[in-house]
Design a protein around this ligand. Structure first.
Ligand SMILES: NC(=O)C1=CN([C@@H]2O[C@H](COP(=O)(O)OP(=O)(O)OC[C@H]3O[C@@H](n4cnc5c(N)ncnc54)[C@H](O)[C@@H]3O)[C@@H](O)[C@H]2O)C=CC1
Ligand SMILES: Nc1nc(O)c(N)c(N[C@@H]2O[C@H](COP(=O)(O)O)[C@@H](O)[C@H]2O)n1
Length: 309
């Protein structure tokens, strides 16, 4: 059918707009994670961004790191340390050890994982957010947003403050609901524990009970089984010192609880007042390491390895 002149002009304009949009979509350069991470996790280069983004409708993520172990998530242990292996300053003072470039890598790493775990010592000391705010923004009207890992806190006695940033961010709609992992209480449990549980639940936390080990800490192998049951396929463990020790310790290692370790080494010395993570690991308990890759991010060396028994 013939169109008159006005319709033809209209169609040409519309076609032009469609072509321009298609061209934009084809040529938009999306921010992308460092190649270092695709090599460490052995991801095909084209797949890497898929690990970092949620599409528009907040469906479950397109892909997650995963392990063939049936009873636990893929586990990445990662933290930043000084040249003398300190992760914090005197009295636990939080230190900016990572430079901008390695911190950016860490925020990309957060997008790769379903959950991000810290101990209550870190939650109380640092009041962390555990989000991906340092990443370059996706265009506001585009279909993409970053995957946010779920914060998970090991908190045997439910000491997490109800006004911490993790809960505040969740209540403000800018963070995921934190999961607080606590000891399983016996039937006639302790009333103050129950009352702390109620206030944390009322203010947004989900409480998860897990058995403790012989030292009264959350058992790492039992924790991992529970997290996998709850749908966490990949877990990033950030610390602090006691949590790192538990994951590197004999029990966790003999039950094969870690897949990859990524340590940012900053060119700085802290001295003997700082917080180290090796203090309770005697030499006969230390794991073997199998190097994967080391890369410089700005002034920091980022070392990736596997632990062996
Ligand atoms: N440089 C870095 O990358 C990081 C540094 N940090 C630093 O680490 C320090 C905090 O470390 P910590 O005081 O050692 O606290 P932490 O964060 O390791 O938490 C330890 C607490 O978690 C609870 N817990 C329950 N089950 C546990 C288990 N199986 N293993 C270990 N803990 C368990 C216990 O109450 C224990 O006291 C802070 O100064 C923080 O700034 C923390 C994370 C990363
Ligand atoms: N990668 C890294 N480099 C450092 O220099 C650090 N101090 C840490 N600390 C960890 O990050 C948490 C803070 O996270 P937010 O910035 O609040 O998102 C802190 O609690 C440690 O787990 N990490």
């Amino acid at each position: 059918m013939r169109t008159n002149g006005a319709d033809a002009r209209f169609d040409r304009a519309r076609l032009g707009r469609r072509l321009a949009q298609t061209f934009d979509a084809m040529t938009t350069i999306l921010p992308s994670p460092p190649n270092f991470l695709s090599r460490v996790f052995e991801l095909p280069a084209g797949d890497v961004l898929a690990h970092s983004v949620y599409v528009d409708d907040d469906k479950p993520r397109i892909c997650s790191l995963h392990t063939l172990e049936p009873n636990r998530p893929y586990v990445t242990l990662t933290f930043a340390q000084s040249l003398d292996a300190k992760i914090a300053g005197q009295g636990g003072k939080q230190l900016a050890l990572s430079g901008n470039e390695s911190m950016l890598m860490t925020h990309w790493l957060r997008t790769f994982h379903d959950g991000i775990l810290v101990g209550i010592g870190t939650a109380l000391n640092d009041n962390p957010q555990l989000n991906t705010r340092h990443l370059p923004p996706f265009s506001a009207d585009g279909p993409y947003k970053y995957h946010l890992p779920r914060p998970i806190i090991l908190d045997t006695d439910l000491r997490l403050p109800i006004d911490c940033k993790l809960l505040r961010n969740y209540r403000a709609g800018v963070g995921r609901r934190p999961w607080v992992v606590t000891r399983a209480i016996v039937a006639d449990g302790d009333e103050s524990h129950v009352s702390r549980q109620t206030s944390l639940e009322t203010t947004g936390a989900r409480i998860i009970e897990v058995n403790t080990d012989g030292d009264g800490r959350i058992s790492i192998p039992s924790l991992l089984v529970r997290l996998r049951e709850l749908g966490i396929q990949s877990l990033m463990v950030e610390g602090g010192a006691r949590v790192i020790q538990s994951f590197l310790g004999v029990e966790a290692r003999h039950r094969n609880c870690i897949d990859t370790v990524i340590i940012t080494v900053a060119p700085t010395l802290v001295g003997n007042g700082g917080v180290g993570y090796g203090t309770d690991l005697s030499s006969d308990m230390l794991p073997g390491v199998q190097h994967i890759e080391t890369e410089l991010f700005g002034r920091d060396a980022v070392v990736a390895f596997k632990v062996t028994q």
